[in-house]
Write a protein that binds this ligand. Sequence first.
Ligand code: THU
Length: 130
Amino acid sequence: MAEDLYLAAKAAMAKCHAPYSKFPVGAAIRADDGKIYAGANIENLSFPEGWCAETTAISHMVMAGGRKIVEIAVIAEKLALCPPCGGCRQRIREFADQGTKIYLCDDVGVGKTMTMDELLPHSFQTDVIG
Ligand code: THU
């Protein structure tokens, strides 16, 4: 059930630091360790230095020892069903499978469920690096 992820993403959104865009975003990941890792967007006066909610959530997951995104919810205060930006799609992909579910939320709950493959088809993958 994604209700707990939705609530975690919404609670995280309330902690955003978005004084420039005034576009609060929250994200919550259920990781392979069974735990939920959440994050909000954190902006900077030097605009390109800010980062997205999904990135914060991924950072929390990795630093806590989680290595796989089982499912992830995203919510934005001012845009129902806000899809992750292009950069975050690739960041999510790093820790997800093509079938991993991404829940796009609105102010009442999960409004649309998409797979990683739908959000980022033909994603960059190669076995010649590393
Ligand atoms: N933002 C996210 O946090 N996640 C996304 O996937 C889309 C955009 C943030 C970045 C910035 O702080 C604000 O939304 C406006 O672009």
